[in-house]
Design a protein around this ligand. Structure first.
Ligand code: NAD
Ligand code: ZN
Ligand code: ZN
Length: 364
């Protein structure tokens, strides 16, 4: 086991990440050590590195909450996972397990929740610590690179769609067709919904069509609410806003049918005005949704195992992280970039202190 690892570190907000050698952490009681195989890059990592939200992480920290890897170390008292298991270390790194939210399967909103790649160091590193009670168990038949986007983008959109309460045969509008949105379209189709995909880039909308969207609208060249209301006779029963952009929020609420539910998952900093009259008179619900529970995780991974959902991934080495962030910022990532820790190009660009050959057994 090496003592040093390569990590991409936020040393200060709004500055490029720095590739550094850090000590491989040691799992304390109740913790596990995971050797990273792959880690997706979520737009949330960009918000984290920019310090966009009221609750801020404390630099220096290692982002990344779509990490998949192999358990290589167990702290004292760990029985829920074994060495060699393949696990995912998600945004919901841990929760208290005892509060009213945890007890009612709403651990995602636990006041004591810790967040991977945010309050805890994450997967933009060759090793990371995790809480065995909150890791995702990656089923056989799902490779680490394909699984990575599912443990944030997948679970968040799967849960968000359920939160719209739209039923099979009804319309759902997905605003933003990037990392989250391209999976949302697939989950929604697999759940029997009619899908309207909204984005501001034609390339993303063409991809949405290939993924099964029944209707696509470019929000820069048309008013999505007007088009959708005309096509569906009143708007979407459910709306899921994944776009990290404030104009998408007002549009999303306007796209919602009377008695429908608009679910907010995109997290651009700031707020937006709500039209009280139309909400009240249309009995419209506007609801936030934050990742998903461990049960949602198991369900969302199962869709992928059964071939209903497949993340569209572009592999990159850890050393490319700043270019990836720039592309994300400008909407230039077609779906999801996944950092590939099995790619030998990483070895070529990092300090030569490690063994280039990975020999850990993959038993899961
Ligand atoms: P992404 O950059 O991969 O995709 C964003 C997409 O939105 C792009 O396709 C972009 O073209 C599109 N877009 C931008 N402006 C738009 C507009 N005005 N109208 C329609 N589409 C627009 O980002 P991502 O990784 O999918 O993350 C999206 C957002 O979701 C981020 O704010 C992220 O922090 C948030 N997020 C929230 C949760 C949660 O639990 N609520 C979980 C994960 C991510
Ligand atoms: Zn995420
Ligand atoms: Zn709790």
């Amino acid at each position: 086991m090496p003592t040093q690892m390569q990590a991409a570190v936020v040393t200060a907000f709004k500055t490029p990440l720095v590739l550094q050698e850090w000590d491989v952490p040691t799992p304390g009681p109740g913790q596990i050590l995971v050797k990273t195989e792959a880690c997706g890059v979520c737009h949330t990592d960009l918000h984290a590195a920019n310090g966009d939200w009221p609750l801020k992480p404390t630099p220096p920290f290692i982002p990344g909450h779509e990490a998949i890897g192999i358990v290589v170390g167990l702290g004292a008292g760990v029985t829920r996972v074994r060495e060699g298991d393949r696990v995912g270390v998600p945004w919901l790194y841990s929760a208290c397990g005892h509060c009213e939210y945890c007890l009612s399967a709403w651990e995602t909103v636990c006041d004591e929740a810790k967040f991977g790649g945010y309050t805890q160091n994450g997967g933009f590193a060759e090793y990371l610590l995790a809480d065995p009670d909150y890791v995702a168990h990656i089923p056989k038949g799902l490779g680490p690179k394909e699984a990575a986007p599912l443990i944030c983008a997948g679970i968040t959109t799967y849960k968000g769609i359920k939160e719209t309460e739209a039923r099979p045969g009804e319309w759902i509008a997905i605003s933003g067709c990037g990392g989250l949105g391209h999976l949302a379209i697939q989950y929604a189709k697999a759940m029997g919904l009619l899908v309207c995909a909204v984005d501001i880039e034609d390339g993303k909308l063409e991809h949405a069509k290939r993924l099964g969207a029944d209707l696509t609208i470019n929000a820069q060249t048309a008013d999505p609410a007007e088009v959708l209301k005309k096509t569906t006779g009143g708007g979407a029963h459910g709306v899921l806003i994944t776009a990290p952009s404030l104009p998408a929020f007002q549009q999303g609420v306007a796209m919602t049918r009377k008695r429908g539910t608009c679910v907010l998952v995109g997290l651009p900093p700031g707020g937006f005005p709500l039209d009280i009259f139309n909400l009240v008179a249309g009995a419209v619900t506007v609801r936030g949704s934050f990742v998903g529970t461990r049960q949602d995780m198991a369900e969302c991974l199962d869709f992928a195992v059964r071939g209903k959902v497949k993340a569209d991934i572009e592999l990159q080495p850890l050393s490319a992280i700043n270019t990836i962030f720039e592309r994300l910022e400008h909407g230039d990532v077609p779906s999801r970039v996944v950092l590939d820790f099995t790619d030998t190009r990483i070895e070529a660009t990092s300090a030569p202190t490690r063994d280039a050959v990975r020999t850990d057994p993959v038993t899961a």
